[in-house]
Design a binder for this molecule. Structure first.
Ligand SMILES: Nc1nc2c(ncn2[C@@H]2O[C@H](COP(=O)(O)OP(=O)(O)OP(=O)(O)O)[C@@H](O)[C@H]2O)c(=O)[nH]1
Length: 356
């Protein structure tokens, strides 16, 4: 039973118990100094309770902790209000119990609603009782103002802490979801779906600006042999390193995705064929210069690439199939080379270049 939600809640409850302990020490001293002996004694009992709860929380018993805390908060509020009156603001702490119960990771909604009804009823008895309204021995107006202000800030502070805690959890979860939706989990590069969105955007830009963009498809040579000889774990590590390598060579505005197993698609905005060829050679040189050390072996990689320039009005799928065809041609002609094709699929210029 150690799900992330469980661990998060345990964190929250642990911080809250320590905060409650500190608060009760402070109030214990205050009540002792102002002559409220009963309240000081109750605080001493509360400090002992919170110390015990902090200790047993290590075993993850947060339901017991929440229920005992609830009883303590309500009894304490009752006692303090009976002594000092409703104006002292000790009832505010009851509100701080609401988020603590609603974020409980194992309680279902009906349990939360029952709990909520229970603390609402307890609050109503505090609110409606003449004893807790008046208080037996009210403080001086100045002291009362200080106590109420302090209680307001402490209770609001707690609610703000819980809300902030869970809003940062929600933000983190959103970021993780966004990453899952856009990134390839192994290499951290864009996934195919996100790349299609980027392509759409770049094509729209290309239509407006008229500046060329180039598509570059790269495939690692003989990758099957890496898996077969050194295992899948080595293959995965190699892919990660290759992805890092490719990314360091590209410009910031270039886009790269893991298109398939050991196949990468790059979209290079404002880059013509000549620029793409230079980049492809840089990629090949960088790969050659970055061997992967695996056990006693030093593994070097080569890639075959195909490039096609996109003009305004070009169809992306046709260009994609053109670079796919270019790749096949490069593989047939010995790999470790760059093949230039037109977006319509006909080879243009020097078809296969090997200079690194
Ligand atoms: N470790 C690992 N291997 C992968 C992954 N995705 C694809 N592969 C492997 O990549 C290899 C691709 O094999 P092929 O398509 O024959 O390509 P190749 O061996 O690179 O041959 P050429 O492309 O002709 O040079 C297969 O063994 C796949 O299992 C991955 O995520 N991790």
């Amino acid at each position: 039973m150690t799900s992330p939600a469980h661990l998060r809640y345990l964190d929250l409850i642990t911080h809250s118990v320590w905060a409650a302990l500190a608060l009760h020490v402070a109030f214990g001293v205050f009540f002792a100094l102002t002559g409220f002996r009963d309240l000081a004694l109750f605080n001493a009992g509360s400090v002992a309770l919170y110390a015990l709860l902090a200790f047993q929380l290590r075993r993850g018993r947060f339901t017991v902790t929440l229920l005992l805390t609830t009883v303590e908060v309500i009894l304490h509020a009752r006692l303090a209000l009976s002594a000092l009156g409703f104006e002292s603001g000790f009832q505010y702490y009851v509100f701080a119990l609401i988020p603590a119960a609603f974020f409980h990771p194992h309680w279902r909604l009906p349990a939360k609603l029952v709990y909520l009804a229970g603390i609402a009823a307890a609050y109503a008895t505090l609110d409606l009782s003449p004893v807790t309204q008046a208080g037996a021995a009210p403080l001086s107006p100045d002291t009362l103002l200080w106590v109420r202000t302090f209680n307001t800030f402490a209770a609001f502070g707690f609610v703000a802490y819980v809300t902030g805690f869970y809003s940062s959890v929600a933000r983190q979860a959103e970021n993780e979801l966004a990453q899952l939706a856009t990134l390839d989990p192994l290499t951290g590069l864009y996934n195919r779906r996100h790349m299609l969105g980027m392509v759409e955007l770049e094509l729209a830009r290309l239509e407006r600006s008229g500046k060329p963009a180039t598509l570059l498809m790269a495939d690692i040579d003989n990758f099957k042999g890496i898996n077969d000889q050194h295992g899948h774990e080595c293959g995965d590590l190699a892919l990660k390193q290759i992805a890092r390598c490719l990314r360091t060579v590209m410009r910031r505005q270039d886009h790269i995705a893991r298109w398939g197993g050991e196949e990468f698609l790059l979209l290079l905005p404002e880059t013509d064929l000549e620029g793409a060829r230079v980049l492809a050679d840089k990629l090949r040189a960088r790969l050659a210069g970055k061997p992967l050390n695996w056990n006693d072996a030093s593994l070097t990689f080569t890639l075959t690439a195909a490039i096609a320039q996109l003009q305004p009005g070009d169809d992306f799928l046709a260009a994609l199939s053109a670079v796919d065809g270019g790749l096949l041609q490069g593989k047939r002609e010995g790999k470790d080379c760059v093949v230039t094709v037109s977006a319509l699929g006909e080879p243009t210029g020097p078809q296969v270049a090997r200079a690194a």
